[in-house]
Every structure is written in structure tokens, then in C-alpha cells.
Design a protein around this ligand. Sequence first.
Ligand code: NAD
Length: 258
Amino acid sequence: MGRLDERVALITGAGSGIGRESATLFAAEGAAVVCVDLDEGSAVATASSIEQAGGRAIAVRADVSSADDAAAMVQAAQDTYGALHIMFNNAGIMHSDDGNAQDTSEAIWDLTMNVNAKGVFLGCKFGIPAIRNSGGGSVINTASFVAHLGAATPQVAYTASKGAVLALTRELAVVHASEGVRVNALCPGPLRTELLMKFLDTDEKKHRRLVHVPMGRFGLAEEMAKSALFLASDDSSYITGSEFLVDGGITAAYVTPE
Ligand code: NAD
């Protein structure tokens, strides 16, 4: 018995990092998975490896910041599997030109907000009615520990976009609680994935981030996938509107041990 037997899950950003690990784990736990990514090849690679392992998956190319694409990805889940129970709005970007307020351009602000905040809104806009029509389920929105803490290495657009994800998640959780739709945010700490390693592109920048993590290491995408599985499954049946911090202790720390 899998923890997600007979469930249909849609995961955005499924071509890489947290999304790919979650797609693989959700499928291993019995879910049929709609693997969505802007990069079609990487979505196909995730879906193919799930199928090779005996699981059920399809790949869909979509830009989560486009309403047409977001509607189409949810429709693909319903057309292929007849339902939607789990919506993991996980796709996100962290642009290397995102910095302090003075230096960050309007274009970088708009791009980041469009993908990270509007993308989650659109996923909820089309995903929640589909989940409600399928008898209820779970929405997971990927935020970040930076929505809780300010960093001296600034990325104002990214940080603001993740704050928006938390506020949106809280409100939708309240609105849809009586309909059997739970809505929670996953707040990863700093991870050893492509996204952050590209941003922290020198040993000094990596060290500056790591000194704040009590566990003294970057987290792994697999560790986020396990946390997302908890939020997706009935194991978290009384949890909604929460901010699930999975961060090696970074938000708990005032001073970390030498
Ligand atoms: P990643 O870069 O490995 O994967 C992100 C995926 O999203 C990529 O496959 C990319 O092609 C896809 N994507 C980007 N823009 C898209 C769009 N417009 N439409 C559809 N897909 C799009 O990143 P990751 O580390 O796995 O991050 C996943 C989520 O976790 C993001 O929301 C990120 O902000 C968040 N997060 C990451 C960290 C970290 O340290 N890596 C920490 C906290 C939060």
C-alpha cells in the first residue's frame, strides 16, 4: 500500500530539484503524476524515469505564469487521469540579477513575481476547483525560509515573492477548509540544488549562507520531497494554512555554534 494510492498529483517544476524528487517519490507511493515544467525535455525525462520504474506519469510543458498554460496543465490531469487530488505549486526562479532595491530592475522584479507569486496563484485558481470536484485533497505551495528571515545577501524580488506565497496560502486555506481542500506552504531552507548553487556561485557566498544553518549543511531535494509527501498525504489530515519549515534549523537560530 502506498501513501498516495488512487491519487492524482500535479507537480510544477517537476523537471529538476525538489519537483523531480517529489514526482519520483509521489509516484513510488502510488500517485499518478502530472510532471509540469517550462523545460519540456526535463519534464519528459522525469515522467519517463517514473514509467520505467513501473509508475504512472505524463509530462506537460507549461509556463506557470501563463493563465492559458496553467488551465491546460490542470485540464491535462483531468483528461488523462479523470481527477486531481494533489497540486504541488513548486516551480520558482531565483534570478542572478535580483539584489537590493536600488539595483534590482523592474524587469527582474516583474519576472520573479510572475513566476513565483502569480504562478502559485494561477495553480490555485485552476487547481482548487479541480480538487474540489474530485472530492478534496491537498495543495502545497513552495515558499522559502527567506519569507521569514532577511538576508544580507539580498534578493528582494525573490524574498517578496515568497512572502506573497505565504499570505496567499494562509488565506486560501481558510477559504477552502470547509470544502475538504487543505492548503499549506513548504518553506525549504538553503538546498544543494541547481537553483541556489547558481546564485551562491563562490565558496565565500556558500560559506556566508552555511554559517547560519545549525545543522551545518545544505538540505537535499529528497528531504523536501519527503516533507511534501507528508503534506500531500492523509498523514497531515488536520494541517491546513501552515508554514512547514524544513530548514536545518536556520529560522530557529539567533547565533549558530562555531
Ligand atoms: P530548480 O531550479 O532545481 O527547479 C525549478 C524548476 O522549475 C526547473 O525545472 C525550471 O525549469 C522550472 N521552472 C522555472 N520557471 C518555470 C515556469 N515559469 N513554469 C514552469 N516551470 C518553471 O529549483 P529547486 O531548488 O528545486 O526549487 C523549487 C522551488 O523551491 C522553487 O520555488 C524555489 O524557489 C524553492 N526553494 C528552493 C530553495 C533552494 O535552496 N534550492 C530554497 C527555498 C525554496
